[in-house]
Design a protein around this ligand. Structure first.
Ligand code: TYD
Ligand code: MG
Length: 459
């Protein structure tokens, strides 16, 4: 492509906001110091539109009613946790973005996907711009044996990659990572917003045109030096984020966008010596090592997509030595905890204003669902009163400002999960009690206010 006159544009490396001049704070995502200057040729900016306009006279729109759907067969990867997050399997011609912090296990996961697919006689091509063939081979050796259907390419030039894909026609391609790929026609450095956008656009055309499914790895960075996956979320069909506590061995794969299935599904994995293994029963896994008969600890049930997950909430409340008490939360919303403490103080008469409070969701999980409110309140109450709770007690419900316990969705599934894991008693919002009582083998206690909760626990 002939390069036109160059012009410089400032791109936010976090969200992709464009500006003609430098700004300290990005108006798009409110991050500071994320705008970086990139050289873009004026012809680049004008691409798109022109071809369609010329051919527009010959192209006819289709009648929606006439379009027949051939039921797309989804290609299962054989990794159950991943298949569920993908919405049943890989759709032909789809573009899937796998984002996550460096070192979290994205390359490992995708190499394992390739391993399974190759074993199922699918032609897969793994393209790495980060590691050498020997490095990938060393990683692959840890994961087990690979079938001959698994092809490997170490390359960063997207034109070369596009040719190789056209020539080999694999069914699934992995691009590791998008930040290392470059298009010669774009003058900006690899990893910059314009490069990442341009290369993803090319991959999108390849995927749709050839019916190849492409997985794209994208690193999430906070420094703002490399364009994060957020700038290409809107271009791809599915966005999965791989997250987890660096210090814990489990990893959570979360679907945040999916054109072929429901979002908010999670898959739980554990990083072992031989790669990632699926965690079939995450609730059991999350609760392992829980202290019994300690005050300030209670188990709640949160929903991750369609899946109930039991999590322990811990609170530590002690007298403050300073005028302004210290409050700290890990894994949950700080302001929400402050609000719930105010509700406890006002509606239940607990004098918490002179107390330091620490609330922790164990296992490095992050939960913002209001259904954990009741768990937070009970954990605080238990720690404040120094009252150890029954280890087989579980609670969930949203707490309102007047101290009322409000309904939550999918109450029955939550109670079923609790019953499955051997809990004896579950505290639920009164309105959900009838629905939950249908689950046998567990005592269901319906509460309508925080006072009811206190009466039950202390009475
Ligand atoms: P990797 O997939 O390279 O991360 P990413 O591609 O997201 O940057 O994962 C690297 C980490 O995983 C590294 O710390 C080593 C660890 N690991 C294992 O614990 N077991 C294994 O079998 C493999 C392959 C990696
Ligand atoms: Mg990697």
């Amino acid at each position: 492509m002939a390069k036109g006159k160059m012009t410089s544009i400032f791109f936010c490396q976090n969200c992709g906001y464009e500006s003609a001049k430098w700004l300290g704070q990005c108006p798009g995502c409110k991050e500071w110091n994320t705008l970086v200057e990139e050289q873009v040729s004026k012809t680049d900016l004008k691409t798109g539109g022109g071809v369609t306009r010329r051919l527009g006279a010959q192209i006819q729109p289709s009648i929606l009613a006439d379009i027949t759907i051939t039921e797309e067969e989804k290609q299962v990867t054989g990794i159950g946790e991943l298949d569920r997050v993908l919405g049943g399997g890989i759709v032909a011609g789809s573009l899937v973005l796998v984002g996550g912090d460096p070192g979290i296990g994205k390359s490992t996961l995708l190499l394992q996907v390739c391993q399974r697919l190759a074993a199922a006689d699918k032609k897969v091509l793994y393209i790495s711009g980060e590691e050498s063939q020997v490095q990938i081979k060393m990683r692959a050796d840890r994961l087990g044996s690979f079938a001959t259907q698994m092809l490997l390419l170490c390359e960063t030039n997207l034109d070369v990659i596009a040719d190789v894909i056209r020539n080999t026609m694999p069914q699934v391609v992995v691009i590791d990572s998008i930040q290392t790929m470059y298009n010669e026609n774009v003058s900006a450095a690899p990893g910059s917003v314009s490069q990442v956008r341009e290369t993803t656009g090319t991959l999108l055309q390849l995927a749709k045109g050839l019916g190849v499914s492409i997985f794209i790895v994208g690193h999430v960075t906070t420094e703002g030096t490399v364009a994060g996956p957020r700038v290409l979320e809107h271009m791809v069909d599915t966005v999965l984020y791989f997250e987890g506590d660096r210090h814990a061995s489990y990893r959570i794969l979360r679907g945040v966008k999916n054109r072929f299935g429901s979002t908010n599904e999670i898959g739980v994995f554990e990083m072992r010596e031989q790669g990632l293994t699926e965690v079939q029963n995450p609730s059991e896994y999350m609760l392992s090592g829980r202290p019994h008969h300690a005050s300030g600890s209670v188990v709640v049930c949160t929903m991750e997509g369609t899946r109930p997950l039991l999590i322990e909430i811990q609170a530590l409340v002690c007298h403050s030595n300073f005028g302004i008490p210290r409050r700290q939360t890990t894994g949950t919303d700080f302001n929400r905890v402050n609000l719930l403490m105010a509700v406890l103080e006002k509606r239940c008469g607990l004098s918490l204003s002179g107390c330091d409070a620490y609330v922790n969701i164990t296992g490095g999980m992050k939960i913002v669902e209001p259904a954990v409110d009741l768990g937070i309140v009970i954990a605080i109450l238990s720690s404040f009163r120094n009252l150890p709770l029954d280890p087989h007690l579980l609670a969930f419900g949203e707490v309102g400002l007047s101290g009322e316990v409000r309904a939550v969705s999918m109450a029955r599934q939550r109670v079923q999960e609790a019953e499955k894991l051997g809990f004896h008693t579950v505290i639920v919002p009164k309105v959900c009690e009838k629905d939950c009582s249908q689950v046998s083998g567990i005592r269901v206690v319906g509460v309508s206010t925080l006072q009811d909760v206190m009466d039950f626990l202390l009475g």
